[in-house]
Design a protein. Structure first.
Length: 225
């Protein structure tokens, strides 16, 4: 599909959940797109996650005007089963960007999972709930008196990636990947074609064909077709 093709968001999430990060990464290579972040471990839960981004920006500064609200709660209130909460905490201060009560609240809402560019605390609670969280570092230090919420549903940074609210997220033990909403239709088409090609090669291997023959016939040209 051409860039900017409209696609039903629920259908896009359903299709994305059938894929893994390697197929999506290969599709991004084929289309010369980016936003693959490697080396972010899955700290809790044991399933791949995918959904649309509900974003939270944390850091140093004055909180936005309005009634006081604990950081992260607006995102949990806004999120549902088709969503992944994406948290930016790039202040350099060791302070939890996500915690145990937020995990429980998100699990009760059916949220798909959380990816954090910043330390996460109460990870044992998340593991007990089986709730998927991806984050590079852990901490016991509270956010209280250290960082504040600067905005919800605003553009955020996740390492090298810029993430807009409503972009698509997929995360597994290989990577965390962000796909712009405008690109999701063609990325899904490409990733599904790649996954189908790999499935056909696996079938050929199981049927007894030599791996050198199977790989030479399709693998090296997969990203140019």
């Amino acid at each position: 599909m051409p860039e900017g093709t409209k696609i039903d968001p629920q259908d896009a999430v359903r299709r994305l959940r059938r894929l893994d990060c390697c197929a999506v990464s290969d599709a991004l290579d084929r289309l010369k797109l980016g936003s693959v972040v490697s080396g972010v471990p899955q700290q809790s839960g044991d399933t791949r996650i995918a959904g649309r981004a509900i974003t939270v920006k944390l850091g140093i500064g004055a909180t936005p005007k309005g009634p006081p609200r604990h950081l992260g709660t607006a995102a949990v209130d806004a999120a549902g089963p088709d969503d992944v909460i994406v948290v930016e905490q790039r202040s350099g201060i060791e302070a939890g960007s996500w915690g145990g009560l937020l995990t429980l609240g998100a699990k009760l809402k059916g949220v798909a999972g959380v990816v954090c560019d910043g330390p996460v605390r109460d990870i044992d609670e998340a593991r007990a709930h089986g709730f998927p969280i991806f984050a590079r570092t852990l901490t016991a230090r509270t956010a209280r008196g250290r960082i504040v919420e600067l905005g919800t549903q605003v553009p955020v940074r996740f390492e090298t990636a810029t993430v807009e609210p409503g972009d698509y997220v997929i995360a597994d033990r290989s990577a965390v990947i962000f796909v712009a909403a405008a690109d999701i239709a063609r990325v899904l088409d490409a990733a599904e074609a790649i996954a189908a090609n790999e499935a056909a090669m696996a079938k050929a291997l199981l049927a007894g064909e030599p791996i050198s023959q199977v790989m030479a016939a399709g693998y090296e040209h997969m990203l140019t077709r």
